[in-house]
Design a protein around this ligand. Sequence first.
Ligand SMILES: Cc1ncc(COP(=O)(O)O)c(C=O)c1O
Length: 386
Amino acid sequence: MKVNTIYLDNSATTKPYKEVMQTFMAVNEQYYANPASIHAMGVESNELLMRAREQVADILKTEAKNVLFTSGGTESNNTAIIGLARGNTHKGKHILTTEIEHPSVLESVKQLEKEGFEIEYLHVNAQGVISLDELKAKIRKDTILVSMMHVNNEMGAIQPIFEAATIVHAESRAAFHIDAVQSFGKLPLTFNGEEGPDCITISGHKIHGFKGSGVLAFRKKMQWQPYALGGGQEFGLRSGTVAVPQAVALSKAARIAVETMNERAEKYRKWQQQIRAELGQFGDVVHILSTPESAAHILSFSIRDLKGEVIINALQKYGVIVSTSSACSSKQTKTSHVVEALNIDEHFKKGVIRVSFGAHVTSEDIAQFILAIKKVLMELKGELLL
Ligand SMILES: Cc1ncc(COP(=O)(O)O)c(C=O)c1O
C-alpha cells in the first residue's frame, strides 16, 4: 500500500506498538529458554513470565495464578466456554449467551449443544443491547454458564456486564464469562471484587500487541475441565510450552493500553461524533448502526443498496482502509448474524462498513477519511443526493 495509507480497521487487528516490538525482540534474544525447564535459564524465563502474569493480574484485579496466557481470543473463548461447561455438569447443563457473539463463542456453544447441553440465546434491541429482564427471565438454578461479549465487534454496542453479573450471581451458581476482546484497554474493566464477571478473555492483537497472543483470566479458582491437554503448563490448566515473548509483549501492550485509555477514548469519541455528523448530512442514503452510546472506537454504517466490498474498494482508491462489519465475515456473502439481529431495513443489510480507530490514527487521517467517504458517496449515490 501507499505510504500515506489511512488504516481504520483497528477492530480487525492493530499495528503493534514500537515498544512492544522492542520488548518482544529483547525477550526472544535473551529469554528463549523454556520456562518449564529447571536450569538457570529456564528459571529466568519463568521469572519473566511470572512478572508478566502479575502485571496482567494487577490490571484486572485478580491474582497472578488466575491468569493464563493463550494463543488469542479464540482459544480463550473456546477454553472458557467448553472448559467451564464440561467441568460443571454436576450443577446442570443450561447455558446462556447472546445472539450477537463472536463465532469463537457461537461455535463453542454449538459444539456443547451436540454434547447434550441446552443453549439459550438472549436477544438484542435495535441498539445491539441485551435486556436485563430477559436475562432475569431466562436464567435458571441449573444455568452453569453465561457468556457475553462486553463490546460487540461489528457495531460497538456495550453490554451492561456489571448489572448482568449481579443478576447471574443472585439467581444462579453459573460462571459468568466476558469476551472482552473489543473492550479491554478501551473501557474500564476489572473483576470488581465479588460483584463482577468470573472469567475474562483478552486478545493481544487488538491492543497493539501481537497476533497469536491472548489471556484467559479468572476472578478466583474455578471448577473447570482443561481444554488443551498435554504437559500441564499454566498451572495444569492450559498445556503447551508458554510463549514467553508473546506473554511479556502482551503485558506491555496491556499496560500501555490502560495507561492511555482515557486520552484515547476522548479522541475516539470526538472522531466518532465528527463522522456521525458528516454522515448525518446524507439523509436516508446512509444508516448508522452504532449508537452514540456504543464504544467510542467503532463506527458502523451502511449505504443504501450498496455492497460492502464496493464501498471498501472505492475508499481504498483514496488510501483509506476500512472493513465490512467484521473481518471474519468479510469474505462471506451472507448478511452477518449481528446485522440480522439488529433488524435493520433490507436496503441497508448488504453494505455495512466498520470504521475502527486505534492508537496510531490521527485527526488528519479522520479529516481525509471524511473527504474520501463524501467523494465516494457522490460517485456511487450522486443521483440520490442531488
Ligand atoms: C469480540 C471478539 N471475540 C473474539 C475474537 C477472536 O480473537 P482472536 O483474533 O485473538 O482469536 C475477536 C476477533 O476479532 C473478537 O472481535
